[in-house]
Design a protein. Structure first.
Length: 124
């Protein structure tokens, strides 16, 4: 028997959207900045995070407190969300368990967004 076992689970789109809302409206506000949409012709009435579920993405940076030359930029899209969920489940399981149990909060959203963009928690 292997040392590690693989268990799969599915999250709903709503659970993932809730994590992004938690990140954008509080948990990641101290470092994350939305630079723009990957496809600028998006419906301006949609919340920006919804575009990532429609094959599009958002440009984000950590420029809130970093100087222009030190800022990192990344695209948040379906691929990065999938990778972020896998990293969160593997490296930050207590936060992932909070999602599964409906106990997620702004901190959980922040961890999720950092996993999506950086593959690890850098801030906080």
């Amino acid at each position: 028997m292997k040392d590690n076992l693989l268990v799969t689970t599915k999250l709903t789109r709503q659970q993932t959207e809730d994590l992004l809302v938690s990140a954008f409206e509080g948990g990641s506000a101290y470092w994350a900045q939305i630079e723009g949409r990957v496809s600028p012709k998006e419906d301006k009435n949609k919340d920006c995070y919804q575009t990532v579920f429609e094959g599009k993405g958002l440009w984000l940076s950590d420029a809130r407190d970093a100087g222009e030359k030190d800022k990192r930029t990344a695209i948040l899209d379906g691929t990065s969300i999938q990778k972020g969920l896998e990293i969160m489940a593997d490296k930050y399981f207590l936060h992932f368990a909070n999602v599964l149990n409906g106990n997620d909060d702004a901190e959980t959203g922040d961890v999720f967004l950092q996993c999506c963009l950086f593959g690890e928690v850098i801030y906080g």
